[in-house]
Structures are given as C-alpha cells and as structure tokens.
Design a protein around this ligand. Structure first.
Ligand code: NDP
Length: 451
C-alpha cells in the first residue's frame, strides 16, 4: 500500500512536527484512489516530493525594543512548491510559530492555490514574534529587521508573501516599506497592500466573504440557503469580521465571536453598530473581546482558550459553525456538541481548525463539511487578483473584484464536487479539494521532470 509507506516516511522524517503530519495525513489518505488509478504518479514519487519543502529558510531577527534592550526572534520562510507559479502564502507573527506550523500551512497552501485556478505555488512564513503588547515603534522595528533578511529570498516573480495571524495591513505596510528601501524597486512583492500603493479592493474582505459564498454554494447544492440561519463564528480578526459581515448581508445571523482569552455570545446577532464596534476594538484599539460584552447588554462573555479540550462556544445551538481563529479549535468532543446542537454545515475559515477526529464526527453525522483549503481560498485568490493588477498596472473596481471572487468560489465548489464524484466519494468536499488541487500540481510536476 503506497500510501501507508508514504505516511510512515513522513512521520519518521518529521518526528517533532505534529501539525505537519496531521495536514499530510489528511491529504495522503484522500489521495488513495488517485494513486491506485495513476501508477505513473506513484513511480515518479510525486506525492512524496510535494511533502518535502523545496526550500526552508530559517533566520535570526534581532531588534532593539523601546527600552533599548536587544530582542531576538526566529524568522522563517517555507518555499514548499513552485510547480504552477511563484510561491504564495501568508506570514504569521505569533509566539506559537514553529517549522511544523509553517510547514502544515505551506502544505495546505499548495493545493488551495491550485484550486483557485490562478497560477500560484505554495509557501508560508513568519516568526515567533508576539505583536501583542508591543508599541507601534516596536512593531515597525521588528518588521524592518524581519524584512532585512526575508528580502534576499523573495521577489514579485519568485515568492509573494501576504498577511496571516498577527500580520494585517499595518505590518504589510512596514514590511513593504522596508523591502522597497532595501531593493530600491516598487513591485508587487507583497499582497494585502494599501489601496493607494498597489493594493486591491476587497482583499481585506476576501477570505471571510469567500467563506460565506462557498457555504451558500453548498447550501444551494442541496436546495437550501444561508438566509435565516444562525451561525457560530470563532475569532475576531480579519477572517471572522468579514465572515460575520457577509453572513449579515446574506440574511443569516452570527451570534458569537472570540479571541485567545474567550468568546462573546450575542443572541441578537453581531450586526450594524455592534460589528463596527468589534472591528474598531480589534483593528484600531487592539482590545480584548470581553469589552464587547461590557459595551452591549445583549451579549455575555465566557473566558476560555480556543484550543482547550472543551470549548463551550461549540455547545451553543446553531445551524452553521465557522471556525475562523486558529488550527485545531474543534476536536471530536466539540464536533459532537455541534452535531447535538443540530448544526447543518461546518465551514472552515481558519486553516485546519478541525482535528481529523473532529472531521470524522462531522462527516459521519451527515453534516456538510467545507475544508479550509477550499472554503478559505478566497483570500489567496484575491491576492492573486492583486498580483494581476500589479503586473498590468491597473486598479479594478470593488464590483469587478467581488464578482471575480464569487466566480472563483463557485468554481472551487464545483471542482471539489466533480473530483469527489469522479473518484467515488460524492459530496465529500475534503476528498474533492485534495484530489482536484493535487492533480493540477502533480501534472505540472510530471511535465517539468525530476527537479
Ligand atoms: P487575525 O490575526 O486577524 O485574527 C486571528 C484571530 O484568532 C484573533 O481573534 C485571535 O485572537 C484569534 N487567535 C489566534 N490564535 C489563537 C489561539 N492560539 N487561540 C485562540 N484564538 C486565537 O488572523 P486572520 O483572521 O487573518 O486568520 C485567522 C485564521 O484564518 C488563521 O488560521 C489563518 O491562517 C486563516 N486564514 C487567513 C487568511 C487571510 O486572508 N487573512 C486566508 C486564509 C486563511 P487574539 O485577538 O487574542 O490574538
């Protein structure tokens, strides 16, 4: 059995990388029917080759804090696969960042990017730097020090990073400024830029909006709609905010949001002024989610950690669950609570927010499941649209970009379903996403020879 050997080899070669092994296992197991049907891919060891980064860069980032003390962080860039285009994937600044986390993210990114239909390879990077509690000056100094090394390894035709957890518009600005100063060139080397300096309209909204477009496609496929549905959303950052906004626009009701300290439950819905308050709290004042419940009587606050064994948020009765914070937020116990609460659809805004056991519970109970590499691909797809605008020297309107985003999410949805059906797993979006993404990359690797 080729796939068991491949998985055992991954485990042996990456012994201290549980997140990477988890992401690899999901893909390897989904691809069993593809390997059975395509012996030449097995002979060429295409799957094994995708599991080894083309390049993993690790570097020291040294900077001076406001007190004049020397600070040392680790920076990384994982250039995972460039078979179909330049490496593309975000930068994460969070104390939990390790090579395992970045390799899992870069691995998922290969297939996600392939699914978008835009020529982009897979990459990811970041640092164990914690932006929380840092001054504006410290954030800028760190970004400049980080780019001091990263600039040697990226270019608008080679590797184009974007944001992720802890890296938003502010950080992209400082990183871009540092790159421009070092290279003396103005190119689209990063995406998620400000509108006045090469950014794309709808890029900020794209991941959250795309997630809800994808969910609506899934509902429509079974003759249903998100209109009138109550939704649990975790996180309160970029993805969560715009997922909530789109749920509201499409007639659903988002009743929760969270951060790394706890969650709020607002039975009346996070709408209008309340959503604007949440955006201001998280994007400008950089406060804690608890302040939402202090401000609005309709909400209650519940302290707790998203990655704890039991997360009370997932026990609330709702029609949809959209985890939009971080990896492994939903385990099998949480999944059982969601099933008991009558959830119809789980759509991943975050990357790998559901454990393998959690996914099994969800799918075994007939809940529709949208894997992140398909349902959160709207962000990187719109980054791809930003790259195209940069290459062409154009600025497209919001309507243009939004309608392209909707078209891309519909295509991804349809391609996942078609691949799942062709390989004997009708309706299984996880298998469909892995197969459709893999085949595109595999065919390119086959054509390009043993490199
Ligand atoms: P942000 O930094 O904007 O927001 C992250 C949110 O998740 C915050 O509310 C944060 O809480 C919470 N969070 C982060 N880490 C943890 C943790 N360990 N435990 C509990 N809560 C946590 O990030 P994004 O919204 O950009 O990213 C969220 C997820 O979506 C990630 O998995 C990311 O990889 C994925 N994603 C993002 C894309 C994008 O375009 N931005 C594209 C595709 C996927 P706190 O405020 O306390 O830090």
């Amino acid at each position: 059995m080729a796939h068991t050997v491949i998985l055992e080899t991954v485990k042996k070669r990456n012994p201290n990388e549980p997140e990477f092994i988890q992401a690899a296992q999901e893909v390897i197991e989904s691809l069993i029917p593809v390997l059975d049907r395509n012996p030449e891919l097995v002979k060429l060891k295409i799957l094994e080759r995708t599991l080894e980064p083309e390049r993993l860069i690790s570097f020291r980032v040294t900077w001076l804090d406001d007190k004049g003390d020397v600070q040392i962080n680790r920076g990384y860039r994982v250039q995972m696969n460039s078979a179909i285009g330049p490496y593309k994937g975000g930068l994460r600044f969070h104390p939990s960042v390790t090579p395992s986390i970045l390799k899992f993210l870069a691995y998922e990114q290969i297939f996600k990017n392939a699914l978008t239909g835009i020529p982009m390879g897979g990459g990811k990077g970041g640092s164990d730097f914690d932006p929380k509690g840092k001054s504006e000056n410290e954030i800028m100094k760190f970004c400049q020090a980080f780019m001091g090394e990263l600039a040697r390894h990226i270019d608008h035709r080679t590797d184009v990073p974007a944001g992720d957890i802890g890296v938003g518009g502010r950080e992209i600005g400082y990183l871009f400024g540092a790159y421009k100063k070092i290279k003396n060139e103005f190119t689209g080397v990063l995406t998620g830029k400000g509108i006045e300096w090469g950014g794309s309209l709808i890029r900020s909204e794209a991941t959250g909006y795309g997630l809800i477009y994808f969910a609506e496609n899934m509902f429509q496929n079974v003759g249903n709609t998100i209109r009138g549905k109550t939704c649990l959303v975790s996180g309160s950052g970029n993805v969560a905010q715009y997922a909530i906004e789109k749920i509201n626009q499409m007639g659903g009701k988002a009743i929760t949001a969270s951060d790394s300290s706890g969650f709020i439950y607002d039975e009346g819905g996070i709408t209008g002024d309340k959503l604007e308050f949440l955006k201001d709290l998280k994007n400008n004042r950089r406060g804690r989610i608890k302040e939402y419940a202090d401000q609005f009587k309709s909400a209650t606050y519940h302290a707790g950690d998203a990655n704890a064994d039991h997360n009370e948020m997932w026990t609330i009765k709702a029609d949809c669950a959209f985890p939009c914070a971080t990896q492994n937020e939903i385990n099998d116990k949480d999944a059982n609570h969601l099933v008991k609460g009558g959830v119809l659809l789980l759509g991943e805004g975050a990357n790998m927010p559901t454990t393998i056991e959690g996914i099994n519970v969800i799918m075994d109970n007939g809940v529709m499941y949208a894997p992140g590499k398909a349902s959160n691909a709207g962000g990187v797809a719109t980054s791809g649209l930003e790259m195209m605008q940069n290459y062409m020297g154009q600025n497209w309107t919001s309507e243009d970009v939004d309608s392209k985003l909707q078209g891309i999410m519909k295509n991804i949805h349809d391609n996942c379903l078609a691949a799942a059906k062709e390989y004997g797993k009708p309706g299984n979006y996880m298998v469909g996403a892995n197969i459709a993404g893999f085949l595109k990359v595999a065919n390119a690797m086959k054509a390009q020879g043993i490199v």
